[in-house]
Design a protein around this ligand. Structure first.
Ligand code: G
Ligand code: G
Ligand code: MN
Ligand code: NA
Length: 255
């Protein structure tokens, strides 16, 4: 309860920040964009992980204004990058279940893209299986509306839900993100290696690109690259970092 009341004031107090985790093209090793990952600088407890406060925000409904804030901030970043000659970067933003079910997401996105002259294809929205499956029908309509606009849609944490395959049948997507739990033991567990290669092949045959999450070792990178996985993120390349540090990485400034 304490956390919830703190959380409701945190937006006004500007205690949130977007960290950015670079996404790297497998073939070139170059940074092609980033996933935005929310951070809360709690005045007493310090930095709090989204794993702890997103569920509370979701429960209380606060995720709606918070999610709007993330999208507005994301739009600012895309404008900033364009002005800095970094207009090729794309930004991936996580959507919560409530945002998917609500009616305010599309109007806000339309406004942000139009007001800021952002190319829709620079924005990618990540949705988890569990979020989308809470209300498959409305999710299906939402994802359709996003893709009509040219906004990219990725399925996040693929393989961890209970309905991964029916999800692929139900929803039109652009990208599949392989959950890091499958990537972790790729070198040692033959089952995981088989699951990952089959998932990449499945995604490609459905016309989806693949991003591998949680890539930590060169052997994992080589395996995924060999299977044709297009992009990756993980500690091998970089952990989530503040904006300035991300931009330094992109422009090649050593930090
Ligand atoms: O950044 P970290 O590694 O701690 O992220 C933990 C989880 O929090 C991830 O599963 C991620 O999807 C989720 N998350 C991070 N930022 C956001 C956000 O802006 N919105 C939503 N809905 N989830 C987020
Ligand atoms: O949206 P998603 O749940 O995928 O958010 C990514 C989460 O994974 C973030 O919490 C991020 O800090 C974490 N993460 C990113 N790269 C790695 C990695 O290489 N290893 C591990 N263990 N976690 C990672
Ligand atoms: Mn994600
Ligand atoms: Na994920």
């Amino acid at each position: 309860l304490l956390m919830e009341s703190r959380l409701s004031q945190a937006l006004e107090k500007q205690e949130f920040e977007l960290y950015l985790q670079p996404q790297v093209a497998m073939s070139t090793g170059r940074i092609i964009g980033a996933e935005a990952l929310l951070r809360w600088h709690h005045p007493e407890l310090g930095m709090i992980s989204p794993d702890r406060f997103i569920p509370i925000a979701e429960e209380s409904g606060l995720i709606l204004p918070l999610g709007d804030w993330v999208l507005r901030r994301g739009a600012q970043l895309l404008v900033r990058w364009r002005e800095q000659g970094l207009g090729h970067l794309r930004l991936a933003i996580n959507l919560s279940a409530r945002q998917c079910r609500g009616t305010s997401l599309l109007p806000l996105l339309d406004k942000l893209l139009a007001d800021n002259g952002i190319a829709p294809s620079q924005l990618e929205l990540e949705i988890t299986e569990s979020a989308a499956m809470q209300d498959p029908e409305s999710s299906s309509i939402l994802l359709h509306e996003l893709r009509v606009r040219g906004i990219k849609v990725a399925i996040d944490d693929f393989g961890t839900g209970y309905s991964s395959l029916s999800y692929l049948k139900l929803f039109k997507l652009d990208r599949l993100k392989i959950d890091r739990s499958f990537v972790k033991d790729i070198e040692t567990d033959p089952n995981d290696a088989v699951i990952v290669s089959a998932t990449i092949a499945l995604a490609h045959s459905l016309g989806l690109e693949v991003t591998a999450e949680g890539v930590e070792t060169e052997a994992q990178r080589a395996f995924l690259c060999g299977k044709g996985c297009e992009t990756a993120q993980g500690y091998l390349f970089a952990k989530p970092v503040p904006l300035a540090q991300f931009e330094d990485m992109v422009t090649g400034v050593t930090v």
